[in-house]
Design a protein around this ligand. Structure first.
Ligand code: ADP
Length: 618
């Protein structure tokens, strides 16, 4: 906005100029009429003075009729001296033959008796008519008023031209007079214009000052500064305009404040939303993006603004803006990177005016990574369960079929077949029980039966059981040695004994299952600052590095065939992890392929509780 107006462009100047021009025009017209009138008047007066009275004409006509020329000339001379010659005119009397008979020029009496050479006189005598003429002598720059008046002598019915009176007077005095008056008028005009101009400036200033103030105030309002106030000078149109501007300022301020607070509220809502929001203009270029939106898209709000939403969401290849506008459907967009998964659901809606004109798009981004993952896991789980159950069922059916087809009669084969069928059925039942346990844990219905347990005792009890199994078996499938490295201190920990025993069983079973015959299994129990740590180390196959992060997943097995052959369900470690986590602990594995694995369990432990217990007992 250009608030600087040059002086020549201002209303102030324009009003003054118009005023001055009007004044000039008026004075000019008045002056022209006045001077013209004055000239006319003066000339008329001058001309009316240059008239010979009738009695003089009569006397002259008588004298011209006389035959005694010199006598008549004397008479004429004296008659001429009687003429009132206000205009100081040169007067001559010429008879009808063109001879000058008298003149009033005292120093030029010599011309009397000479023939006239003046064309006006000749013209008057020959054509028998009066001549009136204004002439201009360029030599001395003077105007002359010349009249040639006939002298008629009437006798009876005859009237003869006996001569003419020639009068020539300078008009200089008249024009000098007019010029003087014009000069006075011009100076008066000049003074009037100067005064008028000053007044015009003062008046226009008085008009434009409030306008200027209002202009400044409106500019301030436009800038957002509502502190100013226009001075109201009176109750005329400008005064009313000034109050209107003051009112406007208050209204705009109120409106601005309410929009501003509305905007702040919206901003804070947007900023604290867990969904990303992107708004665009009509062309699909981003105008607003909230913090969550830029977090999701891993961009800066400043960078995103102005970009096309198609580029921002990286969907230019699949969609056009028109498609988004015409059919604003939901889209599922995958923004996963190497480091983290991110799946967003984008909901589009149009910003539409009442007229139907579309002024932009709003896109809401909702994080559905978790949902998608759960969905994916669920599908995977169902497919795993079906697969896991189908394999044993198929084998059971084929054995049963073989038996039905006559194998039952064979005393060698039948018991073998029945044993396998029984084993497979057992495995299925185990799997289903495991699944039920997991499902109970997932739904939170699995309650823990917590009690303070001496972990050394429990661990020893479990390991004793494994030693016993080996001793009782005459021809064990696999032999092993259990080595115990326990802390001497009793470690009392709050656990669910049955569930935890299941975990330990599971680890021990795996250690035996995945170890070669005759391996040593080292079991440790120790205490750290505020944890107890149990570990089971075997000298078995170990787990490939790539599989380590997944072996606690449901149904995940490094070598499916081997696991099944050993009667494994693929759920043991998954259940173990759930149980340990429910107890507030952690389970992990450290393994080198071909060298063996160590499974660790750490449980929270508060050493002072032991003393507390003792205190209570004593
Ligand atoms: P499974 O019933 O198959 O043993 P688990 O959940 O107990 O199921 O174990 C999952 C997989 O982890 C096993 O199939 C096996 O591949 C691997 N695994 C578990 N314990 C050991 C171990 N001590 N040594 C080598 N691999 C192991």
């Amino acid at each position: 906005m250009n608030s600087k107006i040059r002086f020549f462009q201002s209303i102030h100047f324009k009003i003054a100029l118009v005023f001055a021009l009007l004044l000039l025009l008026t004075l000019e017209i008045v002056g022209a009429v006045f001077v013209r009138q004055l000239e006319h008047q003066n000339l008329n007066t001058f001309k009316s003075q240059q008239v010979v009275q009738t009695y003089i004409t009569n006397r002259l006509s008588n004298e011209l009729a006389k035959t005694n020329v010199s006598g008549a000339n004397k008479q004429i001379k004296s008659t001429l001296s009687e003429i009132t010659n206000t205009n100081n005119a040169q007067i001559r009397v010429i008879d009808n033959k063109g001879t000058i008979r008298g003149t009033n020029e005292a120093d030029n009496q010599g011309v009397v008796g000479q023939k006239t050479t003046d064309s006006d006189i000749k013209n008057a005598i020959y054509n028998n008519r009066d001549v009136v003429r204004t002439t201009y002598n360029s030599q001395n720059n003077s105007r002359y008023y010349t009249t040639v008046t006939r002298i008629i002598r009437t006798q009876g019915n005859n009237s003869d031209l006996v001569g003419v009176i020639y009068m020539r007077a300078s008009l200089d005095s008249v024009y000098r007079n007019i010029n003087q008056i014009t000069l006075i008028y011009l100076s008066a005009t000049f003074v009037a214009i100067i005064l008028g101009l000053v007044m015009a400036i003062i008046i226009s200033r008085a008009i434009t000052r409030p306008i200027d103030e209002m202009k400044k105030q409106t500019l301030r309002i436009a800038r957002g500064d509502y502190s100013g106030h226009v001075h109201v000078y009176g109750n005329d149109e400008l005064g009313q305009l000034a109050s209107a501007v003051n009112n406007l300022s208050v209204r705009v301020e109120e409106a601005q404040e309410s929009t501003e607070s509305e905007r702040r509220r919206l901003d804070s809502v947007m900023a604290h939303m867990t969904d990303g929001v992107i708004a665009t203009d009509r062309r699909g270029n981003v105008t607003i993006i909230n913090e969550m939106g830029s977090n999701f898209l891993d961009t800066d709000a400043d960078d995103a603004v102005g970009k096309s939403i198609l580029d921002l969401l990286a969907i230019r290849q699949d969609y056009t803006l028109r498609e988004l506008l015409e059919d604003p459907d939901d889209l599922v967009l995958d923004f996963s990177t190497k480091d983290h998964d991110l799946i967003l659901q984008a909901y589009f809606s149009l910003i539409q005016r009442e007229s139907g004109f579309i002024s932009g798009i709003v896109c809401v981004l909702h994080d559905v990574t978790e949902q998608q993952k759960i969905d994916q896991d669920r599908k995977q789980f169902v497919s795993n369960v079906s697969h896991e159950l189908r394999t044993p069922l198929t084998s059971v059916r084929s054995y049963v079929e073989a038996l039905a087809e006559g194998a039952w009669k064979d005393p060698k084969v039948a018991p073998e077949f029945l044993k396998v069928t029984q084993e497979e059925t057992d495995r299925m039942i185990r799997m289903i029980n495991d699944l039920l346990t997991l499902s109970r844990m997932d739904s939170g219905t699995q309650k823990l039966d917590l009690e303070m347990v001496n972990l050394n005792e429990l661990y020893n009890y479990v390991l004793d059981r494994f030693d016993m199994i080996l001793k009782q078996d005459d021809q064990p499938e696999k032999t092993y040695t259990i080595k115990r490295e326990f802390t001497k201190r009793d470690l009392w920990v709050e656990i669910d004994t049955d569930r935890f025993t299941q975990v330990l069983d599971n680890l021990m079973n795996n250690a035996i299952k995945y170890s070669p015959d005759g391996g040593v299994i080292t079991c440790r129990l120790l205490e750290t600052h505020n944890n107890v740590m149990l570990s089971v180390t075997d000298q078995g196959l170990g787990i490939p590095r790539a599989d380590i992060p997944r072996i606690f997943d449901r149904f995940y097995r490094v070598d499916k065939a081997r696991s099944r052959a050993q009667g494994g369900t693929g759920l043991g470690l998954a259940i173990s992890r759930e149980v340990v986590q429910m107890l507030g602990g952690r389970i992990w594995v450290d393994s080198r392929e071909g060298r063996g694995s160590t499974f660790y369990i750490s449980l929270p432990y508060k050493p002072y509780e032991e003393e507390d217990l003792w205190d209570e007992d004593n």
